[in-house]
Write a protein that binds this ligand. Sequence first.
Ligand SMILES: Nc1ncnc2c1ncn2[C@@H]1O[C@H](COP(=O)(O)OP(=O)(O)OP(=O)(O)O)[C@@H](O)[C@H]1O
Length: 668
Amino acid sequence: MTLAIEWAEKYRPQTLKEIVGNKKAVQDLRTWAEKWLSGIPERRAVILHGPAGVGKTSTAHALARDLGWEVIELNASDQRTAGVIEKIAGSAASMNTLFGGKRLIILDEADNLHGTADRGGMRAIAGIIKSTLQPIVLIANDIYELTPTIRNLCLELKFGSVQSRSMVPALKKVCESEGILCSLDAVQQIAESAEGDLRSAINDLQAAAAGRKALEVEDIITSGRDVKENIFKAMQRIFKSTDCKKALEAARGLDESPEDLVHWIDENLPFQYASKDGNLEDIKTGFGYLSRADLYLGRVKKRQNYGMWRYASMLMVCGVAVSKTRPYPGFIKYQSPSLWKRMGQTRSKRDLRDNIAAKIGKHSFESIRYSRNILLELYSRMLKNEESAIEITAGLGLELEELIYLSGSTKASKKLQKIYDRAQELLLEGKEEPDGTEFFRAPAPSGNSIEDRSGFSIKAPKEKVEKHSENLDVPDSRTSHGGQKILTFGFDISPETSPETTNSENNTSVENNTSDIPKPVALIPDIPKPVALIPDIPKPVTLIPDTSTSDDGFTSDILIPKQHQVGIDGIELTSDSLTSSSPEHDNLKIENSSSLSESFEKDVSSNSEPIENIISSELTRSRESIKESVNCDVFIKNISNISEKPEVKASEVPKKVEPKIQKTLFDF
Ligand SMILES: Nc1ncnc2c1ncn2[C@@H]1O[C@H](COP(=O)(O)OP(=O)(O)OP(=O)(O)O)[C@@H](O)[C@H]1O
């Protein structure tokens, strides 16, 4: 067996000229590759697809050799998860070669990445193809196992079976090179039975020639290689004869477990015993035996007692063989179990569905289960509107096949393709958000923007941000404390603004501006403005010379705080400057507010609780204390009046009112 591999490898074509058959595909590949010599072609990758052993991999390597390109290959034996693909193929695709030539990235068996379950690998490949700076060749047996996204990005080149007459010269050449006298009949026989698979033909030739110097047609016939042939033969024995012993022998010689064999019999029994006269007794009896065999298979699994396989085999093989009441002549094309195919198909569909549900769940902060059971349907309906469909596709970062699935379609219609392309454009536009996507924004727990996996950023609309900042052109002391953000509409995230301010000029207009503030601000309506008006301590403590300590009439060096003075924003105010009808009350209120503010600051600095919790509890407390003592509206008015005084400007650095005799803490 090892030797067989050697011949196929030994005679692997080295140049494109040596490739047997598939001339058009080979020529198209070369034309595509030559485009890379003068820039980046429209399709950055090709898919060589077709049956096994027809020269796809050999062609890719021969191309690189002909053009003098480096090769980076990821084949099926490598572990090809999304991460590995991105790391190896991704970096190879994005970097130039040492000497400026091209590098051919070959991804062999691209249809068999990591089982069909690994959609991540497919996504990684699609991502790499979109931006590769180096040519990429994907090789696949079944192109339908590749995602539509990948297929859309690639040039597809189909490799057909190699015709037996083309194989003959290649096989003769091998015989010559190996010094074996091989009759033309023998070579033709090998070529024909290879069914277009040149690798198999070479392997057969080597197996037949083992230990011989000459090869005749009789030597070839005995070297059967197809395992499938055996299962079909066994099917014939089981369905055509009633000889239980022969049927069992055929079954034992199979390379199939009883668990697989039961599916083969189950698949073909109704076709074989289908009766023209409507008597379905044989089918019924046959399935009766099959069901009993299945019981034993179940017990084998449950008890892990493989000894019971023989009862299962006996029931399924002998039972079905003897259940016919008449012969069934004629040719029947036996089928492989459709259950396997169905399971494979639904598995990839299930994976696809779960991937979409995961994306929706991530976006809507819901579980995958909830997204799958409830939201999937909802999103599917929203796709009916083209504009929504574009936004959803971009927002969720849907791949084309996911979009197809979610839309309930079976293939990529022109409309779906358009939607997908528009979504890609949106994503490429530097993650700029599309207009009118409010309905699709998800609530954000914190932070200015949410960036999902697709890189699609969810932000507050610009115009709202601008309007908001116009109205509230104030510094944000809260964000500096705790980084709290304001949620607008429950979905959008506003810029970092706060009604809380240290700017008394702005304070003046807080009351008026409140009506201009766009709705989002309504989400933080509970912040009492008095607190906002006296946010930042230190309060200047006005000091005056301590005359009580100076007996000699000279000004003392000792300073003591001046009584009955309060400060707002570091500006000295005497009680006279308050124009309230009830100055005592106002003083009282301001002092209350100061103490609240102080305790608030203390809490903020000492408490490890989130800032928003501290704020809300503080606000509740302050509201209550204010309610108790005064009418809030009157209070705001008084403060406004204060700030309207020309000398009380926030931008001014507090100055000494009586410089000669007074010193403030700011003077030190
Ligand atoms: N068209 C061909 N021309 C010349 N040799 C071929 C051709 N096809 C297959 N062979 C021989 O078979 C061997 C395997 O071929 P290759 O790996 O290129 O097939 P493949 O189509 O890529 O198969 P798979 O899909 O199984 O990877 C080669 O080493 C070569 O010896």
